[in-house]
Design a protein around this ligand. Structure first.
Ligand SMILES: Nc1nc2c(c(=O)[nH]1)N[C@H]1C(S)=C(S)[C@@H](COP(=O)(O)OP(=O)(O)OC[C@H]3O[C@@H](n4cnc5c(=O)[nH]c(N)nc54)[C@H](O)[C@@H]3O)O[C@H]1N2
Ligand SMILES: Nc1nc2c(c(=O)[nH]1)N[C@H]1C(S)=C(S)[C@@H](COP(=O)(O)OP(=O)(O)OC[C@H]3O[C@@H](n4cnc5c(=O)[nH]c(N)nc54)[C@H](O)[C@@H]3O)O[C@H]1N2
Ligand code: SF4
Ligand SMILES: [Mo]
Length: 742
């Protein structure tokens, strides 16, 4: 007998509601959940094939020890021995941890990943953040004193959207959760608004609006010239806006931008000076405008400068924190009474080999191979990966593939035996998506409307099979070295501490009450549910343990709003998120101003004949959906896109092989000439290269492709954030002649 279950799609940041048809514990159909107030039935091909992913026969059903199926108890014991041995012999910094992208889409990752890190006490913490959005955190850390205060474009109300380095028609949006992003952009156009897309490729998103080619890695020049123009033409409106008196550093920014006129940056960016002026005027002239930039502007040489300048522009035009501009969402699970004003700092420690500064408690993924492969005091000897595939996703991931065998112990929490986890001594597979509860702790802070949704598991977990939350909680207990006290003790400790703090804080809904009196009021069948209930009840829409009797609790969210709850349009809330020491928006952080020297020096740098950029396809998701038959093939292929003029110059035709060579490595790929890409720019998608032996991903192996991160250079980073550079990588291209080895 078939039944229906509703849940949030866990695959990307769009957070679509899904309506599943289930036969027993098997998914037989997936549709968009029309009753979800946020996604309203929108779905993409990935969500629509969630059943195939969920039922993938290659998904690991039991833990592996040495690639052989084992009992859970034995697997945890093997991990305990492996980790303890390395800690006892070499100290706690010899254990490294890498946390990948899917952990940002789970309850388990945010709730228990940090507990594992804390329990390890290691300085060797790495994550996909330094291959992604770290520049934006650093920008917000300095400007707003709050790394999570990342404004999102108020998509549904803006009149003018300047978008850089993002392609939401393929990615479905990032650091801007907006189910049916395409529909929202079309609505912007339909209400007379304007969309300008700045991208070295004329993407599907670009075709929805006005498109501008830009040379990869030069966005900071383009953006600072916009700032220059706003000042030069007296278009800065802070003084007459709601931001008056709430911003410092205005004169410093003006001074920094003076030398970057549109004429100065036009040759390096490829954007004509007159176009830059027009955009500055349109941005300033629009009733409500927003600048939005994403991965193309983060994973480049000036990632932090570009990320910062985006919000400088939002501020200068008076669009920060106002309807139709760039706004701060108010998630249901984040209390608003905890504001602390303190300086934001990075570099509290540095990496051993390259001396790279710590950022937000992490070291750059770009230096993990150095730390594993370079002998000496403090060398990494053990690695824990949670939901990550750095062999394919990290800059020069090929080098990680080479150094992983040198580890004395490696454990991976991952459902697949893939390019990374094949190196693990123990693999701990989390359950299927349908067996997993869902609430987007990490992503609900970036929604274009305030919204919440909780999905209980759609399929019961078999007895003895731990949830991912339990797997991570056990790892935390193992890492702490305390063998007594299971995961429950960890949850109670965290709940007790949070409640105690909340009762002491003025402004909290439970101020003055007793933690011991509140604890029994929490409801939930697991530690994760109890902690989520706690967060929701202390949150801005919560019941405050009775203070607001009809407020949210986990039970109400689950039972009264099974399709999610719309908590309204975004509202101004700058003062709630600002945590700078000055209590103002810091428009010109000194370290950013100093990095402008590098920007200046870059004006005279010699340009490579070809630079490489990345590419996403609607049916991929980084490295790990290539094992779903419906999602591979057709246009989702690992080809090298290049401009037809460049192809002609190189003497290659469509379908022929080309060799791509960088400082880091060499790959051979099939050429796909297209005039959608700028001359001098070539593009290879990431996440491919599934030809390693010892993996268990049969479909992906048949569609192997090549690993673009053989070419990307781990020795080059954005210095302020430590972020990887995937765009603007200098490469040489040559035709592979028939009969000659590739
Ligand atoms: N289908 C699909 N969806 C995904 C993912 C996926 O792999 N596949 N991955 C998910 C993840 S982890 C993330 S972080 C998000 C990312 O979401 P987006 O940021 O929207 O990512 P992309 O689609 O790669 O779009 C980046 C765009 O930047 C352009 N670009 C490259 N270099 C430059 C440059 O120097 N300057 C400018 N202005 N543009 C540049 C590229 O041509 C590309 O069109 O997507 C998420 N969603
Ligand atoms: N050249 C280039 N490289 C890039 C990028 C680019 O644009 N260009 N993009 C970068 C970006 S934005 C990102 S976010 C990173 C991603 O970097 P990673 O997170 O390292 O890579 P993914 O391919 O997302 O790997 C996800 C892993 O999680 C596993 N997994 C899937 N579901 C679950 C689950 O429920 N629980 C657990 N524990 N594991 C699960 C998968 O099997 C896979 O092994 O890649 C980066 N790399
Ligand atoms: S857009 Fe993202 S959240 Fe929506 S169905 Fe597709 S993968 Fe899932
Ligand atoms: Mo990402």
């Amino acid at each position: 007998m078939s039944r229906t279950a509703f849940r949030t799609c866990p695959l990307c940041e769009a957070l679509c509601g899904l309506e599943l048809t289930l036969d027993g514990d098997r998914v037989t159909g997936v549709r968009g959940d029309a009753a979800d107030p946020f996604s309203k039935g929108f779905i993409c091909p990935k969500g629509a094939t969630l059943g195939s992913l969920d039922g993938d026969p290659d998904r690991l059903q039991a833990p592996l020890i040495g690639q052989v199926e084992a009992e859970w108890a034995d697997a945890f014991e093997a991990v305990r021995r492996g980790i303890r041995k390395v800690v006892d012999t070499y100290g706690k910094d010899a254990v490294a941890i890498y946390v990948g992208n899917p952990t940002a889409h789970s309850i388990a990752g945010p709730l228990y990943g940090s507990a594992v890190i804390k329990a390890l006490g290691t300085r060797n913490v790495y994550s996909a953040s330094t291959a992604d959005q770290m520049p934006k955190h650093v920008s917000s850390g300095h400007m707003f004193g709050n790394i999570m205060a990342i404004p999102v474009p108020d998509l549904d109300r803006t009149d003018y959207l300047l978008m850089l380095g993002a392609n939401p028609l393929e990615s479905n949006g990032s650091l801007c959760s907006a189910p049916d992003f395409p529909g929202r952009l079309k609505a912007l156009r339909a209400r007379g608004g304007k969309l300008v897309v700045v991208d070295p490729r004329r993407t599907r998103t670009a075709r929805l609006g006005e498109h501008l080619f830009i040379r990869p890695g030069t966005d900071a020049y383009f953006l600072i010239a916009l700032v220059h123009t706003l000042f030069a033409e007296d278009l800065v409106t802070i003084g007459s806006s709601h931001l008056d008196g709430r911003v410092t550093g205005l004169d410093d920014v003006r001074a920094l931008a003076v030398e970057f006129s549109p004429e100065t940056v036009a040759p390096i960016t490829g954007v004509p000076a007159q176009t830059i002026r027009t955009i500055a005027r349109d941005l300033a002239g629009a009733e409500r405008a927003a600048v939005y930039a994403r991965i193309g502007t983060c994973t480049q040489a000036y990632g932090t400068l570009a990320s910062w300048l985006v919000d400088v522009l939002n501020t200068l035009t008076g669009n920060l924190d106002r309807a139709g501009g760039a706004m701060f969402p108010k998630p249901a699970h984040t209390p608003v009474y905890r504001t602390r004003h303190r300086p934001y700092t990075t570099g509290r420690w540095t990496s051993r080999v390259r001396g790279l500064p710590e950022v937000n408690g992490e070291l750059p993924i770009a230096t993990l191979a150095d730390e594993i492969g370079t002998p000496g005091e403090g060398q990494i000897k053990a690695l824990i990966t949670i939901g990550g595939n750095p062999v394919l996703s990290a800059p020069n991931g090929a080098r990680l593939d080479e150094v992983f065998p040198a580890l004395e112990f490696m454990v991976s929490v991952d459902p697949y035996l893939n390019e990374t986890t094949r190196h693990a001594d123990v693999v701990l597979p989390p359950p299927r998506p349908t067996q997993t509860p869902h609430y987007d702790l990490a992503l609900l802070g970036f929604t274009v409307r305030n919204y919440a949704r909780y999905s209980p598991p759609s399929v019961a977990l078999p007895d003895g099979r731990p949830s991912e939350a339990e797997i991570l909680a056990r790892l935390a207990v193992i890492a702490s070295g305390l063998d007594d006290g299971g995961p429950e003790a960890l949850d109670e400790l965290i709940i007790g501490t949070t409640l105690a703090k909340a009762t002491e804080m003025a402004g909290s809904p439970v101020h003055g009450r007793k933690a011991a009196e509140l604890r029994p009021l929490l409801e939930g069948t697991t530690g994760a549910e109890l902690r989520l209930d706690l967060m929701l009840r202390l949150g801005p829409y919560g019941d405050g343990f009775g203070a607001t009797p009809d407020g949210l609790t986990l039970r109400r969210l689950r039972d009264d709003h099974p399709h999610g709850i719309d908590l309204g349009a975004l509202e101004p809330r700058l003062d709630e998120v600002l945590q700078t020491v000055s209590g103002m928006v810091e428009l010109c952080p000194p370290s950013f101003a100093a990095d402008v020297d590098r920007l200046r020096a870059g004006l005279d740098e010699e340009r490579a004949p070809f630079v490489l950029i990345g590419r996403r396809h609607l049916r991929s998701n980084n490295s790990w959906l290539h094992n779903v038959p419906e999602l591979v093939g057709g246009s989702n292929r690992c080809t090298l896109q290049l401009n037809p003029a460049d192809a002609a110059g190189l003497g290659v035709a469509a379908g022929e092989l080309v060799r791509i060579v960088s400082r880091a490595g060499t790959v051979t790929a099939t050429a796909e000439p297209t005039d959608e890409i700028m001359p001098g720019v070539v593009s290879l998608p990431h996440g491919w290269g599934h030809s390693s032996p010892g993996t268990r991903i049969h479909v992906a192996t048949e569609h192997a492709g090549v690993n673009v991160n053989t070419l990307t250079d781990e020795q080059e980073i954005d210095p302020l954030s430590g972020n990887a550079i995937f765009n603007g990588v200098p490469v040489r291209i040559a035709a592979v002649l028939e009969g000659l080895p590739g």
